[in-house]
Design a protein around this ligand. Structure first.
Ligand SMILES: [Zn+2]
Length: 195
């Protein structure tokens, strides 16, 4: 079942939504082992070192964009998440614009408690933004929507790279929330953003 905002979309955009929703898997093309670079992201978070995290994220996304045969991305890692009465921003995707590479921005610390984000949550945000990029560059969708299919692809990629979610006390694996708050720039001249 589509998300509630589907009802407000015109038919042309619903067709894009439906295409996105129908793709529920994202098999990772073969390539070098990503274990060490994912460990480097976790170590950088642990040590609270932005530059180390950014370097490792860039390496991971360079590897993944190469495997998916899509244009490369630039990663920017920042300290504390921007926040407002709407909540806090985990990540952001800015599509390729007039020849400038697409950019992924991601934040290391929560706005509220200034706590470093858990490595798996952080990795999920990075992959979430990559999934927006793949919507444009791999599936050639004119727009990138948050659909159930989108979140399934994000989770599928996360599990392939980081393994199944660790079971938590009193919470099933399905309780891991894929609905992280992120923002996406819209491709083209009109700067419009939606979370
Ligand atoms: Zn998003």
């Amino acid at each position: 079942m589509p998300f509630a905002y589907y009802d407000r979309l015109p038919a042309s955009r619903r067709r894009i939504y439906d295409r996105s929703d129908a793709i529920v898997e994202l098999p990772l093309p073969p390539g070098p082992d990503t274990g060490s670079v994912i460990a480097a992201i976790a170590a950088g978070l642990e040590a609270d070192r932005e530059t180390a995290v950014q370097r490792a994220c860039q390496q991971l996304l360079d590897d993944l964009t190469m495997r998916f045969k899509v244009p490369s991305l630039r990663v920017k890692v920042y300290a504390t998440r921007p926040s407002g009465d709407w909540g806090e921003l985990h990540g952001m995707y800015l599509p390729e614009d007039e020849g400038n590479r697409a950019v992924v921005e991601v934040w290391m610390r929560t706005a509220q408690k200034q706590k470093v984000v858990a490595p798996r949550t952080f990795l999920r945000t990075v992959l979430h933004e990559l999934c927006h990029h793949l919507d444009y560059e791999l599936y050639k969708l004119p727009e990138t929507f948050h659909t159930e299919g989108f979140y399934k692809r994000e989770s599928h990629l996360l599990v392939q790279l980081a393994g199944p979610p660790p079971p938590k006390k009193g919470q099933s694996a399905a309780g891991e929330s894929p609905l992280s708050r992120t923002s996406t720039g819209t491709r083209g001249a009109k700067a419009q953003s939606s979370s």
